[in-house]
Design a protein around this ligand. Structure first.
Ligand code: EPU
Length: 354
């Protein structure tokens, strides 16, 4: 197994932060993982799995052994009476998979078009947009346990999906009773993911931006390809393209509060954007909260708040004078403090801080 030393990571994280992997192994198959785990020196090292780098915030050089996910392949793996099962390698680009499924006649992933990152990262944070979450289209995944080398398969229930959450985001530390923790953070290397794409496809509409497109284009029942194109247009208009302006998508999660807390905030800020959830709690738009605190367009050093969407932090220095992880953290903390002081809510970052 070839381990590369001091590999620059600037082009491997969508923020464009300058940092190095002190050691990096490219994983193109399950056999490459076995090679790493059978090498006594590599086996002992802590490990960090790097996909498309679109949901990480690097704060310095990465000391654990970086396992760069490069397992490729897309295929129709099977079918059930109700759905097609499409399988993709964890290293495939997410958006290219979405386009490939649609061009091959499998609908269902169109609302998730243009989300940056890789297939392997998609279940980790249960990516979601415009009314569809990965868990709605998920069949199962294959992974390898990085401590034992054992391959295993998880179904949706075993992934414990939640809003931008899964078993892969939770630590495996033992519980206070000494029983093993259920989390798989840092423990699993996802190799392949399978998606369940409905044969009797129905569009997922209802989001204001999509409804607006239907009215503008005078289309009452859009096709999957039409929705795909609209989502691409909507995202391109609202969100910065990481190839042009470095960013990691939404930097904070939308917080959930009790109806009483929401009522209290509405008393003070009647315009707050909020959505009623099925369990009675209320989701608040973090972008609105940050915007209301006056952060849109502001910067600290080369870390900025995107002009068109306050939930996205951007690299204002480009590739020449790139933002540092410290600047992003300082800006994120300043935003958290002002939202906390005004609304009494602590925003939770979405990207993994490395
Ligand atoms: N808003 C403001 N000011 C802002 C930003 C937003 O007032 O600066 C308001 C908007 O007007 C809107 C509301 O906040 O009424 C919500 O904004 P938007 O519809 O843009 O969606 P979001 O809640 O900010 C979430 C996801 C996005 C996903 C969109 C569309 C999270 C953390 N983010 O954003 O996901 O694309 O919905 O479904 O849940 C990502 O995770 O990286 C991501 C981009």
């Amino acid at each position: 197994m070839l381990v590369e030393k001091n590999v620059p990571l600037q082009s491997s994280n969508t923020f464009g932060i300058v940092a190095k992997a002190l050691s990096l192994a490219r994983i193109q198959s399950e056999a490459d993982i076995a090679d790493v785990l059978q090498d006594p020196a590599l086996q002992a090292m802590p490990k960090f799995v790097l996909g498309g780098g679109s949901n990480i915030e690097l704060t310095g050089d990465v000391r654990p052994l970086v396992l760069k996910v490069e397992i490729m392949g897309k295929r129709l793996a099977g079918e059930t009476p109700k759905a097609w099962i499409v399988e993709a390698g964890a290293g495939e680009n997410w958006h290219e998979l979405v386009a490939w499924t649609l061009h091959n006649g499998f609908s269902g992933l169109e609302n998730l078009a243009l989300i940056p990152g890789t297939v392997g990262a998609s279940p980790v944070q249960n990516i979601g947009a415009y009314g569809v979450e990965l868990q709605d289209r998920f069949d199962s995944l294959d992974a390898v346990d990085l401590t034992t080398g054992q391959a295993f398969t998880l179904n949706a229930a075993q992934c414990a999906f939640g809003y931008r959450d899964s078993v892969f985001k939770h630590a495996s530390t033992p519980t206070p009773t000494g029983a093993p923790g259920f989390g798989l953070a840092g423990k699993a290397f996802i190799t392949r993911v399978r998606f369940l794409l409905p044969k009797a496809w129905k569009p997922v509409l209802g989001y204001a931006d999509i409804e607006k497109k239907m009215l503008q284009r005078k289309v009452a029942m859009p096709s999957a390809l039409q929705i795909y194109e609209w989502i691409c247009e909507i995202r391109q208009a609202k969100l910065p393209d990481p190839k042009v302006i470095g960013n990691a998508g939404s930097f904070f999660k939308n917080p959930t509060v009790s109806p009483e807390q929401c009522e209290d905030i509405i008393q003070r800020d009647p315009k707050i954007v909020h959505y009623q959830l099925a369990d009675g709690s209320v989701k608040l738009a973090a972008g609105w909260l940050i915007d209301a605190c006056g952060w849109k367009g502001k910067s600290i050093g080369n870390a900025g708040v995107y002009e068109k969407q306050a939930l996205v932090l951007v690299n204002r220095g480009g590739a020449v004078q790139p933002v540092t992880g410290g600047e992003v953290m300082t800006l994120a903390k300043a935003i958290q403090t002002s939202v906390y002081e005004r609304f009494g809510l602590m925003l939770e970052p979405e990207p993994v801080v490395v």
